[in-house]
Ligand binder design. Structure first.
Ligand code: FAD
Length: 405
């Protein structure tokens, strides 16, 4: 290990990795920073991909950092470079392209890769798309322009974004959800009905208990056969079936993984000098007294800062209430703190105002408010964040009052 010039290597130039690089440079003007990504782009805003797909923002506005930023901050950026192996004993990162990068401290911020549609016929069909990368968005956008009918499969945020984009660009849109409602673990029946109402009003054909069983390719388009026996002719299929975390390249290391890479509250793995941040980190949250992964822009940004600070020798624990805010056709939704998709078994209460289309569901653990799901009016988000932070315990009889703050 070099005494003077520390060598930091970061795998993944998303918001977590790039924020960590920025933090490292600010804290240590002399260090060497290597930032590696298998994508061909400098940092762009994944949250801006849905507006880009809806033609609401141009490609140039999706980018957050350019090459000059990296040059100015002396961050050695390696694009289109895939890490295939890490030797944590010798402290070296190896890539598919044959490059090697020795490090003193390593950050893994590689996020997840979307699960493809694995049904008979899918591998031979042309226009089946995941939606994770800028290149996905560009390809989908080009295909929408020459399409009339779109099918979306999936019951979570990415499937929603695809269904909304297809509709907003004028496609007849079928949204296939395997479960009984959108976000089946976060919403209950009323919440599901409200989303259903909003989606149908926007012209989306909502099909629950429905999955794709087979794809029949047909002159560039395809026919989708569902488990319920329906046949839908589609020009393109959007797939939002979750992510698999990118940590295969750590297989030869003693770094512990579960859903993501396991870390403590300082984002350190159990191998000295190796950290994980962003979507990939299954980090210990001292607030909740448990470890989980969190796929939100805000928490990935926070992680990037924290990892950078702690790699510089700091000792800052994760101390945050994460949130995911998104559009919902002409409404909005926000998931704050912990929700049952992340941490099953939370107690819940809810209220719905059908006229105003407002919905709130609150989640408790050991009598403490740990999370909230809001649809429509998002103003109470800040108040709920404060209550979550306060860690105050509520008797069962006191909890309903929280639905009206
Ligand atoms: C379409 C879309 C809409 C979203 N909307 C919202 C929203 O409204 N609100 C919200 O809070 N969050 C949203 N998210 C989630 C949010 O974007 C993510 O939580 C966040 O971007 C994660 O950042 P990250 O830095 O951890 O990982 P990523 O952004 O996934 O970056 C990881 C990078 O590492 C690269 N990589 C992976 N493996 C390797 C390897 N072996 N070698 C080299 N490079 C590798 C990847 O290609 C990628 O470039 C959305 C995500 C998507 C896809």
């Amino acid at each position: 290990m070099s005494d003077s010039v520390q060598r930091y290597v970061i795998i993944g130039n998303g918001i977590a990795g790039t924020t960590a690089a920025e933090t490292l440079r600010r804290g240590d003007p002399n260090c060497r920073i290597v930032l590696i990504t298998d994508e061909p782009y400098t940092l762009y805003n994944r949250v801006a991909l849905p507006p880009f797909l809806k033609l609401q923002v141009p490609e140039s506005k999706v980018f957050l950092k350019n090459r000059e930023f990296h040059e100015k901050n002396r961050i050695e950026l390696h694009l289109e470079t895939r890490v295939t192996r890490v030797d944590t004993h010798e402290r070296v990162v190896y890539t598919r392209e044959g490059k090697t990068f020795p490090y003193d401290k390593l950050l893994v911020a590689t996020g997840g890769r979307p699960n493809p549609l694995r049904v008979p016929g899918a591998e031979h069909a042309q226009h089946i798309y995941n939606f994770q990368y800028l290149d996905d968005a560009k390809h989908i956008s080009e295909r929408i322009a020459e399409s009339r009918v779109g099918v979306v499969t999936g019951g979570s945020y990415i499937a929603y974004e695809l269904a909304e984009a297809f509709r907003s660009r004028g496609l007849e849109t079928y949204w296939l959800i395997r479960g009984p409602r959108f976000l089946r673990y976060i919403l209950e029946e009323d919440g599901g009905k409200l989303v259903d109402l909003i989606a149908r009003e926007h012209g989306v054909h909502m099909l629950y208990g429905t999955t794709i069983e087979e794809i029949y390719p047909k002159n560039g388009s395809c026919t989708v056969r569902t488990n319920t026996g329906q046949h839908i002719d589609a020009d393109l299929v959007g797939v939002g079936l979750g992510l698999k975390m990118n940590y295969d390249f750590l297989a030869d290391t003693p770094i512990k993984t579960n859903t993501g890479i396991l870390t403590n509250e300082y984002l350190e793995t159990d191998v000295p000098g190796v950290y994980a941040a962003g979507d990939i980190a299954e980090f210990f949250d001292p607030f909740a007294n448990t470890a989980y992964t969190m796929g939100t822009w805000a928490s990935a940004t926070r992680h990037g800062k924290l990892a950078g600070t702690n790699m510089l020798g700091g000792r800052q624990p994760y101390h945050d209430v994460p949130y995911y805010t998104s559009g919902l056709f002409d409404s909005r939704l926000s998931a704050v703190g912990l929700t049952p998709d992340v941490l099953p078994g939370l107690e819940a209460i809810h209220t719905v105002d059908w006229e105003k289309r407002n919905y709130r569901r609150l989640f408790f653990r050991d009598g403490r408010l740990v999370g909230a799901m809001l649809i429509g009016d998002l103003k109470p988000k800040a108040a709920y964040t404060d209550v979550i932070r306060s860690r105050k315990q509520f008797a069962e009889s006191e909890r309903a009052a929280l639905l009206t703050i």
